[in-house]
Design a protein around this ligand. Structure first.
Ligand code: 9MR
Length: 746
């Protein structure tokens, strides 16, 4: 009902202001209303409705929302023709109520035409009496085709939604976001190993050394010492000291570290948390599964209908056509893991993720501290538990079967290659259960990179599953050989970098590393000369591949190199391979020792990459592998210490693993672990790794909150921040690998 002056600042008005010599600041600070008739005093003019019966009601807009819809956007009211200016900050506010209470409105500012991008969104839960909601965001675009909309669908039962005082004010000052970073003593908030390294970081202005104390849960001081001033840390911009309390080796829970008048968050000294994390990190994959109902008895709170099995509204992954013009067959590409917070399935990311999960198992067979029973049959509460196959292999097979289905069938053009990806035709909004996704699914063109990911992982699978299922092992090896031959015949077929609507592009024009990796896996499984020759003749074999960003879905050479170094084989010059891993580890060790936060990650120009939390872990994998090769304690300790950063010893004082640490990431971007948007949905399961700081902050939410952020600060635990806070199968694979390694060091 409140009236707000709608100010349209014309050029004349601006000039007039200048002529009357108003301070420039005042002109710039003028707030400009973008919404027409937001107060609904007598009419609902200027507003559209979709699948609701709406009208004016006592100076508000009220809408009767029908029950029985699935998606938020199935019922909505909104206003189009909103103009937004890139980089300008807006305050979006409204009053809203819902009867009965407890319904959610998805309030958005976005694009009124396809592809309906969302630039700001919020999903408050409504009460029967009107609540006031206000948000500040910075527009990531220039657009005259904006809209303000209130999506109210997705309820089984009808309800009544009322709205008032809708405002979108331009020209407001940007909000200064201050993350709550808690106490300045930064520790691994989960656990240190009793016999392992124990380090912490103190943020302080003090330049001289300071005393510290370690306290037991009972408050007794059990150790004390002095901090080491480390100067200004480039990754955070903070002046910091480091603390080494590794001399204390007793088990316990609820320790705190005190320095400079601050008390750290509590932590344990023990191995129990890592035994739990080793399992949780792999258990994550079951709730990422496509094509199967998730059993609530196995994952309480996470049960859901099978996604993409062809039951409406899904169009199903059982007979998926190609994008127009790409092929004229359909494939059954059901199953596999959803990549991340989206419903897409991508062979390159599926490949590296599967490799790292399988390698966790393979390491348990080859490393001196490996303990295969820890991920053996019956450990992960899977539908397959009890089948006498290690559970971790059962889980990886769910993805392997999908990867095999992505291969172009015999008799078709490009037979033997693998389709790059399968996903929705258009991006979908959040939240959205896999089984509720109504979009058309499409196969995207085969690529050399996807084909080699298939060759590598299927070859690795052939040797690991052989003791359990000879027929599957043979099928996998034959698919790997076909893929290899097809990749040699089509060595430079790349994904289109612009093919990023409805799913990620995952483009990669450098595939010599994928060739190397696939040849290495085929060699390790078959021992055949042709594959050894490819490995030995590849420039990648001797290249320095242990770079600051580490390995990733697009930089896969390390997967081949690490396996050649650790899986028994007779490759000529294998000693050099092992030494190259040690040399790589020495570099990461140098990085870690120089880093006051004790991590093996220092990207060039301090530019944290997308998924940096898993890059830290992958660099730690190289350290861990150097330990497995040499038995050198310095590599083991560095690998173990790398976990501290991920579990809370960082500038934000946050653990990037859900459910681990007093302050932990738990609002990751996901369409089905979307508790932040819908109280009826779960948070991500315990053991879910967040992407972590990303200097490029590609999403509008992060841009609003984190503009100008330095390294470690480029992160926010909000479901809207898909560029800093998603979950992904390749990221959890790095966590899986390292959690197992650390648990094995207990
Ligand atoms: O992790 C991927 C990152 O390396 C890329 O730079 C980015 C853009 O292509 O995509 C990331 O992967 C996302 C994918 O494209 C779609 N599913 C979610 C993935 C994680 O954010």
């Amino acid at each position: 009902m409140k009236r707000r002056r709608t100010t349209l600042l014309s050029l004349a008005a601006l000039l007039g202001a200048a002529l009357t010599a108003l301070p420039v600041q005042q002109v710039a600070a003028e707030e400009v209303e973008q919404v027409r008739n937001g107060t609904f005093d007598t009419t609902t003019d200027s507003w559209w409705t979709s699948n609701v019966g709406a009208g004016p009601a006592e100076g508000r807009l009220c809408a009767d929302v029908p029950g029985g819809t699935v998606n938020r956007w199935d019922s909505a009211v909104g206003q189009d023709g909103i103009t937004l200016v890139k980089g300008e900050t807006y305050r979006f506010s409204f009053k809203a109520s819902g009867v009965p209470e407890g319904h959610v409105v998805r309030a958005i500012v976005g694009q009124s035409v396809a592809p309906y991008e969302t630039w700001h969104e919020a999903s408050p839960v409504l009460a029967e009496s009107a609540g006031s909601y206000s948000y500040t965001f910075t527009s990531p675009v220039d657009s005259a085709q904006g809209q303000v909309a209130f999506q109210v669908g997705g309820s089984a039962d009808p309800w009544r939604f009322c709205l008032d005082d809708v405002s979108l004010l331009g020209g407001v000052p940007p909000e200064v976001y201050e993350p709550d970073t808690g106490p300045r003593v930064r520790v691994n908030q989960v656990a240190y190993l009793p016999a392992g390294p124990k380090n912490a970081t103190l943020v302080t202005d003090a330049t001289g050394k300071l005393p510290w104390e370690l306290k037991s849960a009972a408050g007794t001081t059990v150790a004390r010492g002095w901090t080491v001033p480390r100067g200004v840390d480039a990754s955070s911009g903070q002046n910091v000291h480091s603390i080494d309390f590794g001399a204390y080796r007793k088990n316990g829970t609820g320790f705190t570290l005190i320095a400079d008048g601050e008390t750290s968050r509590p932590f344990d000294i023990g191995t129990a948390a890592y035994e739990r994390l080793r399992l949780d990190a792999v258990k994550y994959y079951y709730t990422q599964r496509s094509g199967i109902a998730i059993r609530d008895d196995l994952r309480p709170g996470y049960g859901r209908a099978a996604g993409h099995v062809g039951v409406a509204p899904n169009q199903g992954d059982t007979a998926v056509p190609c994008q127009p013009g790409v092929c004229d067959y359909t494939l059954d590409v059901s199953g596999g893991w959803y990549d991340a917070g989206d419903h897409g399935k991508y062979v390159v990311n599926g490949g590296i993720a599967t490799w790292e999960v399988l390698s966790t198992y393979e390491r348990s067979l080859t490393a001196r501290t490996g303990r295969p029973a820890k991920l053996g049959d019956g450990t992960l509460a899977l539908p397959e538990s009890g089948n006498k196959v290690p559970d971790i292999l059962d889980e990886a097979r769910w993805e392997l079967e999908f990867l095999l289905r992505m291969q172009v069938p015999d008799g078709q053009p490009l037979a033997g290659m693998a389709h790059h990806k399968i996903h929705d035709e258009q991006w979908t909004g959040l939240p959205l259960l896999p089984s509720d996704d109504p979009q058309k699914r499409e196969l995207h063109p085969p690529t050399t990179a996807a084909t080699l990911n298939l060759a590598a992982t299927a070859a690795q699978a052939a040797r690991l599953y052989k003791p359990y299922d000879k027929a599957f092992a043979a099928r996998a090896l034959s698919a790997a050989r076909n893929a290899w031959t097809a990749a040699l015949a089509h060595p430079a077929v790349y994904a289109d970098p612009n093919d990023g609507t409805g799913g990620g592009a995952y483009n990669d024009n450098e595939v010599s590393d994928e060739f190397y990796w696939a040849a290495a896996e085929l060699y390790l499984t078959t021992g055949e000369r042709q594959f050894a020759d490819h490995v030995l003749n590849s420039p990648v074999h001797t290249a320095d591949i242990f770079v600051p960003y580490g390995f990733d879905w697009s930089r896969t050479a390390a997967a081949g190199r690490l396996d050649l170094a650790t899986v028994p084989n007779k490759l000529p010059g294998r000693d050099k391979v092992r030494h190259s891993v040690i040399a790589g580890a020495d570099k990461y060790l140098g990085t870690l020792r120089a880093h006051p936060y004790g991590m093996p990650y220092a990207p060039v120009d301090n530019r944290y990459d997308w998924g940096s939390a898993h890059q830290v872990l992958n660099n730690a994998v190289v350290l861990a592998t150097a330990y497995d090769i040499t038995g050198g304690a310095k590599y083991r300790d560095a690998a173990v210490q790398s976990m501290d950063y991920v579990l809370g010893r960082n500038a934000l004082n946050i653990s990037y693993v859900t459910g681990y640490g007093e302050a932990n990431a738990h609002q990751q971007h996901s369409r089905w672990y979307a508790h932040q948007l819908d109280p009826d949905l779960p948070s991500p399961p315990d053991g879910t790794l967040a992407g972590g700081p990303n200097s490029s902050i590609q999403d509008p939410y992060a841009q609003t909150k984190l503009k100008g952020c330095v390294g470690q600060f480029c992160y926010i635990d909000d479901i809207q921040s898909w560029s800093t806070n998603e979950t992904a199968i390749n990221w959890n694979a790095a966590l899986t690998r390292m959690a197992s390694f650390v648990a094995d060091q207990g």
